[in-house]
Write a protein that binds this ligand. Structure first.
Ligand code: DC
Length: 217
């Protein structure tokens, strides 16, 4: 069984997807983290992120994999655990650009579809309901206003000890929304058959209960 959850940055989809997966005993797959991991690696290699031709060769022999442990999923790039590093602001700042490249998307799409075949999954991202798993049993498009989302990211960053101003975060979220929804390949878009869930005025547990009430396993 496949559940697709798409939506813009900081809409709460990852937190909700993780909790839902635990309740349903499904595997949670965070596709945004995959784009972040590749972006982290490209930044580390100091290539020009605006040049697809410099980025693609990096991924040719890349050993990229995801493992699950008690404290959640871990993302590995050439045997380096990048799970925490991919949440840093410089990765957030550049990931949307890297995600516009069709060869990057092809590389990750194959991996994502393969992972979704092997087990019951909840997968979250931008193009899951539209491109990656168009046949998903359930599709949700989770959103909230940019201000609410920036505030959530602000609190999340504080918890992680990352210092960023609220106004900078709002600006960065709006910029990412624009790049994600206007790119040519697999843009952020609600699938016609996805259900729209506005979480602006809902707590995480309210959203989880709402989605659970709609899912029949
Ligand atoms: O969900 P997130 O903030 O971790 O995602 C990071 C970026 O990755 C997001 O700005 C766009 C890109 N992304 C994508 O293009 N397609 C996906 N399925 C998931 C993420």
């Amino acid at each position: 069984m496949q559940i697709a959850i798409d939506g813009p940055a900081s809409s709460g989809k990852s937190t909700v997807a993780k909790k839902l997966a635990k309740k349903l005993n499904f595997i949670y797959i965070d596709t945004g983290a995959m784009y972040r991991a590749l972006t982290y690696f490209a930044l580390k290699k100091q290539v020009d992120l605006n040049n697809e031709n410099e980025i693609i060769p990096l991924f040719k022999n890349l050993n990229f994999h995801v493992t699950s442990s008690k404290d959640g999923q871990h993302f590995w790039v050439n045997n380096e655990d990048v799970t925490d590093k991919i949440r840093q602001p410089d990765v957030a700042e550049h990931v949307s650009q890297v995600a516009t490249y069709s060869q990057v998307r092809n590389f990750l799409s194959k991996l994502q579809r393969k992972m979704a075949k092997q087990q019951n999954v909840i997968m979250d991202g931008r193009d899951i309901g539209t491109v990656i798993l168009p046949q998903a049993n359930y599709k949700f498009f989770v959103t909230a206003s940019p201000e609410v989302r920036a505030h959530r990211r602000f609190l999340e960053n504080q918890e992680r000890g990352i210092d960023t101003s609220l106004s900078k975060l709002t600006e960065s979220i709006k910029k990412r929304d624009k790049i994600d929804s206007q790119r040519k390949v697999a843009p952020l878009k609600k699938a016609p058959d996805a259900e729209l869930i506005d979480t602006s005025d809902l707590s995480i547990s309210e959203v989880v209960s709402l989605l659970l009430s709609k899912i029949r396993v």
